[in-house]
Structure formats: C-alpha cells, structure tokens
Write a protein that binds this ligand. Sequence first.
Ligand code: ZN
Length: 583
Amino acid sequence: MFESITRAGCGRTGKLVRENQHIATPVLLATDSDRYLPGFVPEIYINNHDGRNHIYFPDFVSNGKVDVPGIHIPFPEYSGYPYTAKCASEPAVLENACVIGPNTDLKLIASVRDEIDLFILENSIELYQNSKMFVDTLARMRDAIGYQSALYMPGVALPNNVALLAYMGVDMFDTARVALLSGQDWFMTADGNRQEKDYCACKACEDDEDIYRHNTQALHSELMNVRKRITNGTIREFVEYRSKTSPKLVEILRHLDMHHFAYQEERFPVVSSKFTATTRLALGRPDIVRFRNRILERYRKPATPDVLVLLPCSAKKPYSSSKSHGFFARAVEESRAGPRIHEVIVTSPLGLVPRELELFYPAQHYDIPVTGHWFEDEKVMINRLLKEYIKINKYIHIINHLGDTELLDGIEAESTAHGNPTSDESLANLTRALAAFSDGKKDWKNRASEEITAMAAFQFGPIASEIFTGCAMAGRFPQVRVIRNKVQLATISQANGMLIPTIDGAELLADAGVHVVRIENFEMTGNLFAVGVQSASPEIRVGDEVAVVRDGETVASGTARMSGDEMTQSKRGEAIRIRHKAH
Ligand SMILES: [Zn+2]
C-alpha cells in the first residue's frame, strides 16, 4: 500500500507499507551485493542473489550487511532492472508491483492500478537520454498510474538530478547509475560530476575509501534534503538551483514548464512557503504562471475606481508595508483622488498584482534581486500581460509610476516618475497627476465590497464574484471579517490573503457548485480522509478553501490537503483539514 503525505511541486513524500513495516518515500534503494557497499545505511535494498530481482525492506542492518531480510517485493520475470532490451508493452504484474514501459498501453495501466502500489518504469535510463521524450513519458505515465501508487525509475538517479526527478513525481530511486559511473572514476556531488576529486569531509573521503562510497553517500544525503524540501514546500526553488549544475537538467525543467503546465499546475499547492526567484527558470514556475493566468481569467477590477496607477514592487512584502509604498500611499492621499485610483503593482516574475491581492500567495512570498534591470523575456511578459489586462479591465486613464516607459510599449499612459519613483520630484508629479481626478465624482462607499468581490473571483473563480457580492469588511487587520446582512461569511487570512469561509460562506460555495467536496453518509470526527470522499470539484488545489457537503447539506468547511482529482481517486490519506463544522 502506498500513501502520499505531503505535496510540493509535483513531488510528494509518502509511505510504502508492507504488513507491519513501512518505508518513507522518496527513497533510495541500495544494491545488496558483496562488491558494492553503500556509503549509507539503506532503508530498502535490491538484490538478485537467486538470479531474480527483489526489493526488500531490511528488518535490521548491521555493519552494512542485512542480517534478517524483511518483506520482499518481487519483480516480475522480465523486469528491466538494470537494463534489458525487452520492453513491456503490457503491464507485467506480480503481486502488488508492476513493470511498465514507455509504450505500455495507458488504459491497461489504469485498469490494474488499484491493485498496484509500486510501478517500475522500464528502460528509464534509455529514456533519460532524450530529455523531451523523458519528460513527456514521465508526465504521461504518472497521470496513468494515478496518485495512489509509487513510481520507481531504475538506473537514473545521480546526486544532482534526484531533486528534479522527485519534483517531477518519481518516488523511488537506486544506486545503479552511481555504481556504473563510480567505476569510471566520476566524483559526484549535488553540484554535478567531475573526474577530479574535490575536497570532501564525508566519512568515506575522510577514511580515504572507495569513490563509490562517497558517491552513494552524496546521493543519499541529497535525497534526504529532497524529502525535507518537499515537506517544507521549497522543492521548486531547490530544483532551480540544482538544475543550474547541468544543461541537461535545465533542458528537462524548461521542457516540463513549457509543455506540461497542466500536469504541474494540477499538483501545485495554491499556498506555499516563501521562496527566492533568483534564476530565469522562476519565470516558468507553475504557481507563478497560474497567478498570471488567473489575473486575466478570473480577476476583475473593483467597479468604482477608473484611474489605473502602475507602481513598482518593493523588496519588503507585503508591498504596502515597505517604505516606498508608504510614500506612494501618501502621494495618493494628498491628491484627494483616492476613490478613483486603482493601484496595480508591476513585478517580475509575477506580472501584475492589484493592491487588494497583495497578500495572496505568492505575491508576499517571493524575493527577487532588485536591480532595476529587466531582461528581454520579462519585458515581453509584462507588456503582453498589461495589454491583455487593460483590454479586460477598463480605465479612463493610466498613470505609469514605474520610472520606466519600455514596459508600456504601445500602451497610452502618463509617466510621472522620472528616474527614481520615490524621489521628491516623482512623488510630486504623481500627486499632481492624480489631483486632476479629485473631482469628488466617486466615493469610498462600495470599495470594500468591490474588493471582496475581486478577491473572491480570483480565489474561487468568476462565479464567486456573484456569491460574495454586497459584503462589508469589519474589524481590523489581522482580524478582518467579511459580513453581509449581519451574517459572517468569511475571515481574511493575513498569511495568504484568502477568504476563509465560515459555514455560511461555505454554503454559498456549495450552492454555486465551486470548491465543493461531497462525502459519504457518515459522522465526521476530526479531519476528513479521502476514503470518505464521494466526489470533489476538479478545480480544487492543495491549500484551497472548500465546502464539505453531505446529503445536500453543508456540514463543514476546511482546507484541501489534496487536489480535487486526488481526493476523488484516493482511498487513503487526509483530504481536508476541517476548520469549521456545522452544529
Ligand atoms: Zn566524500
């Protein structure tokens, strides 16, 4: 049995269970032979002492030797481990394991997957030689296998690629390739492979032992880091660092970002940890691309303000807590045109962040080097986004306070910042330009309500703007409540800007059919597990706020721990962390 526990990127941590033993994933299999002694104590072994391949969990290990073999997972007869020209066109099942090949029929895989907890992708190493084919096949196979089985790719793991492979959804690796390359005197670290030994303080190097022991130890410690990075939600950033060690890895990640956005987006949480976007690869991060897409597809500006002010981002987040945005706020206030002004922050790699979305993930969660210089692809991205944005959201006037006119190529706007946007001169220009709209034609009356509508649409999809229409905000940050007709519908999270629905708010979502999880007829105690889920809206992502419905009645609200598809498909694992229950 396999169960996912935490998810980040397309990777997950989980456990593979055999009777009373379990093994944490992602995991590294060590070759069990007299010739190769790994530089670490393995959690799981592979051997072929009887001429056939087995994976087994050791009961206990001493001196690098297994004393008592644990429970076996036999490989089917024609398994491709470590490599065979034979390739499975049909899934080869033996007990709970199954060998598949790049050409195995996807329907056949889907038909056996409920009985299988470990899929082994044959010819992985051949496949790996062609980056495009490798990525395409992996995404296709991972989809066919589903969420409830582990995937093992024999013979591909190295210390510098194992983060990327785990991020893409591979759960099990081995030391085979490291053994092969160690024989050719390659010295491996997470920074890549060299034919010259670097200084290293690991136990194997200290004892001047075989290079294989160093290399397996490097792979093992990298894998342990990967587990941690998945658990704390920073695996994508980690993968971007590691990819820089080899053109091959950049090739794989780029292809994945460019051609498998849907595969990744479905698995990417909507809330995660802070990260740094220091490489160009961050432009293609699926959670960042999703933010940009949702600005165009879901977001609509508040109705009242009709003058767009484009502002630069700040290093400090949320933007409004920074010194520069304090200056901008004062300039807007002094103009007395506030009700007509809509502030949108222009930033890379995120694109456009309307002021009322500045708490949403990842708007207050990313760090970038602030150089004031835009790369060509960033300019193109922002210019395109802006043009689309103003086509959808109508303003009568646009003020560009970025201190840069290049980004607005082809867009009619009044520039107020010359050089530094926070200089006295620039700020005075801004106030003066805005003051032209201080005619008292608009007021603040509906602003809070319009902002809630905009936030709801961004978070739940366009239909939510109708559900959350006519609401007011009450209380002060960080305890802001969303209220309509004296009924509290939600609170606003300071951590990620999202509306956190109460039972009444969840009922509205359920009525509209968005972010709904329907459950079997049982009494819920504590959190909701996937086994109790009947169906879930496919747009639900990890971290989303959802309504839980039983027999047509909204019984709870909570935070999704799986995507809608995963909780519908799965029979194990926590699906929803329950926040409120109906009485
Ligand atoms: Zn070493």
